[in-house]
Structures are given as structure tokens and as C-alpha cells.
Ligand binder design. Structure first.
Ligand code: PLP
Length: 440
């Protein structure tokens, strides 16, 4: 039988017939076809190219198809494509060593997972086992991953110490633009958010709380830049009550904010660091937990009741080693800082002055959100369907962005150049102009 001709139509039809999509009503899906990619660009089979200012799911920090990372994966595949986690393996040890070299003083081990969600699951597990407490406090405006019931559904003994789909409590984190605290300044928002968290801790019973889990900068929730004093205040509350602080750096880590870790902006050090995405730009799925000295020592003589077949998978590990070495050699984190906090931030601020549709721009590095509003005075969010229309129009003009609710997230790879920023901003400007004219 002759192989079918590969066209966008064929790939689209295969997908619609056989593939079940994440977070989707299946019948409403119309996925864009991607045939290949390099750097900040992707293309389809017909040869249409797009500037990727979404970094896919905000993970291709090093850009698409970096030759050094691709070669490292190929080399590792030829040498040893898989190995169980109980064995010692060169790529795994080198990956852990490099991640620890980027972490602050006071961290000594890395536990590897398949992605961000199971990294959070295991950080929570460690906090519970270490403290002997159960509750986990986290923010309403956050995303930490999509697992949680698999182990509770498991039937054998491993379920018993892991029936953890309980004991979760939420609180409001600072978000001055839509303050839940009637605050009018960042200082007020910060102080009231901390007072609120203190009350939640007191009301939940501080001795029942294992950890506070926070995205250092909540990403999908809107790139909500916390006041510096907020994260420092959370650290103090955690210390006061003997609660662990887990910072989820899955989206914000490994270069995205122009630093290796986002918490470096806030002079705060957590007890556990959760990572995934940018650590190897998703070339092979990986995530993990960077573990502080005290917690590492605890598990020297206490059983860690957790594990994964693919923990520290050699292909993912080789991709981590090559990604982190390349990011250092090519100054990619510095580039995210220079281009992101320079031309990108300045250009987005100019767009906000020109377009009433943009209620607020916020962010750092190559991690920015445009909050779109139907009315700048009432701040009524632009309906998600309208944001979808704008996203389509941007795509038709060759620009991919990440959207969530009423927001456009401008999150290009950390390698983005000034020229690419200029090109992307010009498309944004044109499309927002056309949208405003058509809706007047
Ligand atoms: N944590 C944060 C902050 C995330 O943004 C995400 C995914 O977007 C996750 C965790 C979950 O990661 P994964 O989809 O790799 O499980």
C-alpha cells in the first residue's frame, strides 16, 4: 500500500480521527498542524512559517531544535536509551549536578519526575513525610498540574502511605490590578495578602500544615508579579509556624525571567524547588524537585515512599545536560534578561499606551502578559471568545501567542532576538488596531 502523501490536511484528519486532546471538548478542536521548527519559528507542511511567541506551553526556553541538544539526545539513544531509576547512570548524575550548581547554597539532591505535575506531587509527598503534617496551602490563582488521583486509585500497598488527595486549602495571593483586598497600592495589597495568609494558617491550625506551595510568579494565572515583600513575608510566616515553603518554578524557572530561578528576583529561598519545562525545553519530558540539605538528610534514614519507572530517564537527562551547558555557553539567560527586560518590555509598554484594549502589561524577562479589557475604566475582562478571535488573527499574520482567559501571554523563547521582538510587536500592534477598528 502506498504511503499517504503528507499534507496538512492529512495530518489534521489523522489527529481529528484518532487523537484525544487535553482540556478540550473534542468536537470543537481545530488544531494547527506543525511539521517542523527551528529557533523561534515553526512551520506547517505547506511551508507557512510562524514566529513562536508562545514557546509552545511556555517551555521551549532554548528555542526549537537546538542542534546541540538534539545531538546529545541522539548520542544518548545510541549508547543507552533507557535504564531503571535504581541504577547509577552518568547522564542522570551529570544532570543532577548541573541543576544543583544553579540552585542556591543549601540544596543537595535532585529527584527526577516525568513533568511538572508529578514533580509537585512528589514535593508535596516529601513535605508531608518530612513534617508529619498533612495540609497543603496554595493559592487560588495558580496552576500546579493535572495529576492527583492515580495513586489513590492504585490498589496495592503503595496507595496506603499515599492517599493524599485531601488536605488542600486555598488562599488569595496578591493581584493588585484585580485586588481581592480592596487595596489601592502594592504595599497595601502585600500587607493585606500576608495578613490574610496568617489568618488562614491560624484558622487551619498551623501544626496541621506541611507546606505552602506557591508558583514564584503565577504563570498561567496571569504572570502575577508578586511584591518582593510578599514572598519574603510568606517565607517568614512559614518559618514562624514550622511550615515548609515549596516554590513551583515549572514555568518561571530556567531562564524565563532572565534568571536561572525566578525566586532570585525576590531574595527568597524555598525548602523545595519544583522544576520541569525549561530545564530541557521539553525535548524529552522531564521535571523534578531540588531538595534542601535538611530534607535530603531526613531521607537518608527514612523511606521515601515514591518513585517512577522513568525517574531520571537517560534521554531526558542527556537533554538537560546539553540544554543547561548550552544556555550557559551561549548566554541564553542573559539574553532573556537583556531582550526581555529591554526591547520586549519597552515595546509592550508602548503598545499599552496606544491600545485602550490593554488594561495592564506586567512581567519580567521573556514572561509578559497583556491583560485585555472591554472597558479600561471598569476593567471588565475582554470575553475569552474575543481573545480567541484575536489569537486567530495573530496566527493568520504568522504570530503564535499563549492565551488564557482575557490575556495574551507574550512568552517567546529565551533566545529571541531584538529583530524577532520587533517583528512580533509589529504584528501585535496591527492586529490590535484592526480588532479595535472592527469592533468600533
Ligand atoms: N506547575 C506550573 C507552574 C505549570 O505552569 C505547569 C504546567 O503548565 C505545571 C506545574 C504542570 O506541568 P506538567 O504539565 O509538565 O505536568
Amino acid at each position: 500500500q502506498a504511503a499517504p502523501q503528507v499534507t496538512d490536511a492529512y495530518v489534521h484528519q489523522l489527529d481529528r480521527q484518532y487523537v484525544f486532546h487535553s482540556w478540550a471538548q473534542q468536537g470543537a478542536q481545530d488544531p494547527m498542524v506543525v511539521a517542523g521548527a527551528a529557533g523561534c519559528r515553526v512551520w506547517d507542511h505547506a511551508g507557512n512559517t510562524y514566529l513562536d511567541f508562545s514557546s509552545q506551553l511556555v517551555n521551549t526556553n532554548i528555542g526549537h531544535q537546538h542542534p546541540r541538544v538534539v545531538a546529545a539526545i541522539q548520542q544518548q539513544a545510541a549508547q543507552l536509551a533507557t535504564i531503571a531509576p535504581a541504577h547509577a547512570n552518568l547522564a542522570r548524575g551529570e544532570a543532577a549536578k548541573r541543576i544543583l550548581a544553579r540552585a542556591p547554597q543549601g540544596f543537595s539532591k535532585v529527584f527526577f519526575t516525568n513533568g511538572g505535575a508529578d514533580a509537585n506531587e512528589n514535593a508535596i509527598r516529601m513535605a508531608r513525610l518530612y513534617t508529619g503534617r498533612e495540609k497543603i496551602l496554595s493559592a487560588y490563582r495558580s496552576y500546579h498540574g493535572n495529576t492527583g488521583s492515580a495513586i489513590a486509585a492504585t490498589g496495592d500497598w503503595r496507595r496506603v502511605p499515599n492517599e493524599y488527595a485531601r488536605g488542600h486549602v486555598h488562599f488569595f495571593n496578591p493581584y493588585l490590578y484585580r485586588s481581592d483586598f480592596w487595596a489601592e497600592s502594592e504595599a497595601e495589597e502585600c500587607e493585606r495578602a500576608l495578613q490574610h495568609l496568617r489568618r488562614v494558617i491560624e484558622c487551619e491550625g498551623s501544626r496541621s500544615i506541611a507546606a505552602i506551595l506557591l508558583e514564584t510568579i503565577p504563570g498561567t494565572a496571569g504572570i502575577l508579579m508578586p511584591p518582593k515583600a510578599y514572598l519574603q513575608g510568606v517565607r517568614q510566616l512559614a518559618d514562624e509556624f514550622g511550615i515548609m515553603l515549596i516554590l513551583d518554578e515549572v514555568m518561571a524557572g530556567f531562564g524565563r525571567t532572565g534568571r536561572w530561578f525566578a525566586f532570585e528576583h525576590f531574595d527568597v529561598v524555598p525548602d523545595l524547588i519544583v522544576f520541569a519545562k525549561g530545564v530541557n525545553s521539553g525535548y524529552v519530558p522531564a521535571g523534578g524537585v531540588v531538595i534542601s540539605d535538611a530534607v535530603s538528610r531526613h531521607f537518608d534514614d527514612h523511606l521515601f515512599v515514591g518513585g517512577l519507572t522513568y525517574s531520571g530517564h537517560p534521554l531526558a537527562m542527556a537533554a538537560i545536560v546539553a540544554t543547561l551547558d548550552t544556555m550557559a555557553d551561549e548566554g541564553i539567560v542573559e539574553n532573556a534578561d537583556r531582550v526581555g527586560n529591554g526591547p520586549l518590555a519597552a515595546g509592550l509598554a508602548r503598545l499599552a499606551e496606544r491600545h485602550a484594549l490593554i488594561g495592564e502589561v506586567r512581567g519580567v524577562g521573556v514572561f509578559h502578559a497583556l491583560e485585555l479589557v472591554a472597558d479600561p475604566v471598569s476593567k471588565a475582562p475582554l470575553p475569552a471568545a474575543q481573545v480567541g478571535v484575536i489569537k486567530q488573527q495573530l496566527q493568520a499574520r504568522g504570530l503564535l501567542v499563549f492565551t488564557a482567559e482575557n490575556r495574551i501571554h507574550v512568552v517567546p523563547p529565551c533566545i529571541v532576538t531584538e529583530e524577532e521582538v520587533k517583528e512580533g510587536l509589529a504584528i501585535l500592534d496591527d492586529v490590535l488596531n484592526a480588532y479595535a477598528n472592527s469592533s468600533n
